[in-house]
Ligand binder design. Structure first.
Ligand SMILES: C[S@@+](CC[C@H](N)C(=O)[O-])C[C@H]1O[C@@H](n2cnc3c(N)ncnc32)[C@H](O)[C@@H]1O
Ligand code: SF4
Length: 396
């Protein structure tokens, strides 16, 4: 299967402007792996390659496997007044001004980003400042913004779709497939009408035991979507033992009580026949649906079964995230891990982003991860960021 960096030449061909800027992000990530990871007294801010922002914590869907609003989702227990918190457009703009000199890729996600009322002006501002802006959305609210998304030249748009109509809607909510397809078609039509290559348009599919047998149907339907890329995310999973070990570890080393990891203890990995799944993905990759196919992580085919059946077997290690990335939450809290928000390194309402990224709490986290076996916390065995930015373990 093709590796993540294979997306760079694809981007170059589709859109050289975005390709060059994304290559810089990959360079920062490679640097984080290559050079000794220094902690205190080091300016980590200048190495930022990727910044995630979550303009809203709210969502209009309840996708079953989601760590935020799914069956075990952490946001479900969050008080409504807390999850309704947002930062003003002015606050986000001031934040953007701080990161512009480092030119990171900005990955906008949520919750559902289209529920943030000022998403359009915020993205426009970031693009005008020369940043690569990639938005990840459930796609149900984007149709009416298609004209402006293309006009404002969003760099890329990743729309979540987990299967063809019926199965997708069982997982993501009734009627969602048709809304998403209407949105995708509207963007594709606008790109043609405005003769624009922006945004690079992709689908992201999370593979679970509920949809893996239906992936070929979605791939077949995707011929008609006019997309540029299809990413199969093999999924974030954990189990009781990993959660208990990580809880103990975080309490002992970082004095932090954690809740987020449990939300990925869903069991949606169970019963996946790795051999069947590998064949399905291989057939999809070999077929020409008119756009490239990637999997995250890329795995040795023989290890597909291990990925789902043996969650305690590492497939990636030496997580690079704390040395080149950070995530800003809807309330201004900053943390390294996008999905595991328990350890907060600061808040952009109180400190500059540079001071947060170079601060003592950030360095304590880096030191703790560095001291772990394989440069990875015990709870990160199937973390999506580690699957993308960890080091491939030989044989996997
Ligand atoms: C949490 S969502 C937020 C953005 C937006 N609401 C959406 O659905 O695209 C970000 C991505 O995480 C994916 N996701 C949800 N549950 C997941 C899981 N258990 N493992 C891995 N990815 C998951 C979603 O499908 C989506 O592509
Ligand atoms: S739309 Fe996104 S954030 Fe909302 S429940 Fe689904 S995966 Fe989670």
């Amino acid at each position: 299967m093709k590796g993540n960096t294979s997306v760079v030449p694809v981007l170059f061909r589709m859109n050289a402007g975005v390709g060059v800027k994304v290559a810089r992000t990959f360079y920062q990530i490679a640097k984080a792996h290559l050079f000794p990871k220094r902690n205190f007294g080091c300016n980590h801010f200048k190495n930022l390659g990727l910044v995630y922002i979550k303009p809203t914590g709210e969502c209009n869907q309840r996708c079953v496997m989601c760590g935020q609003y799914g069956e075990k989702g952490i946001m479900k227990n969050c008080a409504p007044e807390e999850r309704k918190k947002t930062l003003s457009l002015e606050t986000w703009k001031k934040f953007v001004d701080q990161i512009v000199p480092q030119k990171p890729t900005v990955y906008v996600w949520g919750g559902e980003p289209f529920l943030y009322p000022d998403l359009m002006p915020l993205c426009k501002y970031m693009i005008q400042k020369g940043l690569v802006v990639s938005v990840n959305t459930n796609g149900t609210l984007m149709e009416k913004h298609a004209e402006q998304i293309v006009r404002d030249k969003w760099s890329s748009l990743f729309v979540s779709l987990d299967a063809f109509r019926d199965v997708n809607d069982q997982l993501r909510g009734k009627g969602s497939y048709d809304k998403v397809i209407a949105g995708i078609k509207a963007i594709s039509a606008e790109k043609k009408r405005q003769k624009s290559r922006y945004p690079v348009l992709g689908i992201v599919t999370v593979v679970t035991n509920k949809n893996y047998m239906d992936l070929a149907n979605l791939a077949e339907a995707s011929r008609e979507y006019g997309i540029n890329l299809h990413i199969y995310n093999l999924g974030t999973y954990t189990n009781d033992n990993i959660v208990a070990t990580q809880k103990r570890f975080m309490k002992e080393k970082l004095d932090t009580e954690i809740d987020c990891l449990e939300s990925y203890n869903t069991g949606y990995n169970q019963g996946i026949d790795g051999e069947k799944l590998y064949k399905i993905l291989r057939d999809i990759q070999e077929n020409n649906y008119g756009h490239p196919i990637l999997t995250v992580p890329t795995l040795n085919p023989e290890k597909t079964h291990t990925y789902y059946a043996e969650l305690e077997t590492p497939v990636r290690n030496h997580c690079a995230v704390p040395w080149c990335q950070a995530n800003v939450n809807y309330n201004g809290d900053v943390h390294f891990c996008a999905d595991y928000t328990d350890y907060i390194i600061g808040n952009i309402n109180e400190q500059s982003f540079k001071d947060i990224v170079n601060g003592d709490r950030a360095n304590r986290f880096r030191k703790a991860i560095q001291e772990c076996d394989g440069g990875m916390f015990p709870g990160c065995l199937r973390c999506y960021q580690n699957m993308l930015f960890g080091r491939k373990i030989k044989g996997f």
